[in-house]
Design a protein around this ligand. Sequence first.
Ligand SMILES: Cc1ncc(COP(=O)(O)O)c(C=O)c1O
Length: 386
Amino acid sequence: MIPVCDLLPQYLALKTEIDAAMQAVAKAGHFILGPNVKALEAEVAAYCGCAYAVGVNSGTDALHLALRALRVGPGDEVITTPFTFIATTEAIGMVGATPVFVDIDPDTFNMDPARLEAAITRHTKAILPVHLYGQPCAMDEILAVAHAHGLYVVEDCAQAMGSSYHGRKVGTLSDVGCLSFFPSKNLGCYGDGGMLITDNPEVAERAEMLRRHGGKVKYHHSELGLNSRLDELQAAILRVKLPHLDTWLAARRAHAYRYNALLAAAGIATPRERLGEHVIRPTAALNFPLDRLYATYHQYTVCVAERDRVQRELAAAGVGTMVYYPVPLHRQAVHAGLGHAPGDFPAAEAAAASCLSLPIFPELQFAQQERVVEALTATVAGLKAA
Ligand SMILES: Cc1ncc(COP(=O)(O)O)c(C=O)c1O
């Protein structure tokens, strides 16, 4: 089976250093918020190009604490996309605010900024764009709306660490960026982990306080916080991996461009990148203007008719795939109270019905990619002929 994501080759390539880092933590006996967390925070801030980074215990908590740090709370509305993982709206709900959805741009699967104005009310406090699959959102347009209405912007970069926009890393374009170090993410640890990145000292200070039970000084608590600390073992592993991130991201991009080239003739809707007015499908041959926009292809997602059947047939042919995500958030039972009906966000619903993520990870081999493309092309052609 060709897996959709294989973490083993990365571990084997760095085994000596990772094993040594884990042993050093065990020997030092300092497991929570120690020197590795502090060093990793500085290294991630330097990598992303921002002033502060605060390690927490998941991407979900990074989003939750970002909103708490900005004092988004009960009675507030936060505008986001319905085509994302539940953690995005979970964080909004955890602070007592209400998610308000805008539909996606079908070309990019990301929030359509042209729909933002219509979603703003007097309760709107923030916009929460998600750089889905590693593709940066249309941040110029999103930030213009936010500035015009005095709204915060929190970027969900869980799938997009290292992606950039006009030469700046995602997460540093707004008030706060939220990273996930879930094992399969662009930079993954061996458990749960996450980080907030920001240029705002007040936000960083509040997040630091909130992640350890709402207190700056041990056993003195100024507000209710939570236990959300990145641990030393995870930080030590991430410190070994971070220097390799750009090489891995370049490999992901190369795989994506090769998929685009190989699938071009098959009549399959391959992922697109938006450069201002232009929608492009880069191939390996294209001289891509990296200074402008840099998608990192955390996922490589195509759209196909009869998706579930295609997925089953690919599995039978030995090709693993995933559906991110089969049910848009406005159709989730947990959000029934928002009162949405089918058809409210047609682009998100169409994407949820047809999206299929193909195997992609830095160590994916060309021969594996060729097998994926052959199997997908044959399956889609077979279904069309039937
Ligand atoms: C878009 C998005 N947001 C948030 C998260 C939450 O990250 P974590 O799993 O680290 O809590 C994820 C993780 O899958 C995600 O894909």
